[in-house]
Design a protein around this ligand. Sequence first.
Ligand code: HEC
Length: 106
Amino acid sequence: MTLRPILACIFLGLATTAVHAADAAAGKAKSATCAACHGADGNSATPDFPRLAGQHADYLQRALLDYQLGNRKNPIMQGQVANLSRQDIADLAAWFSSQSGLATAR
Ligand code: HEC
């Protein structure tokens, strides 16, 4: 089969760049600094800081990556993400996404 070498390359590529499955519990452990602004469960206490609770994980992950890459510019958040690994980002996104967003109006 001509497909085999191609598939082998794809799997090899995945293996070398693999980020382990996102781990919400690990994300919780890494979220202490985030809690100061976004709330411990991602329901921030003031409109100055966006609520993260219940947001789609892929949206959160993209936002964090964009701050890190400079595609999305915000001096506060760019400082927050500077030292995060891809795994940290995936875990943090999983944690805040797994929380329930408050439906209360402010
Ligand atoms: C000092 C306060 C502060 C801390 C600490 C902080 N953030 Fe933020 N965060 C903000 C502000 C302000 C914004 C809105 C920035 C903007 O307008 O892009 C934001 C935006 C975000 C967004 C984008 C939300 C959206 O709806 O698009 C995500 C995701 C996020 N923060 C995650 C985190 C994570 C994860 C941490 C911890 C590693 C963290 N933040 C730490 C203040 C903070």
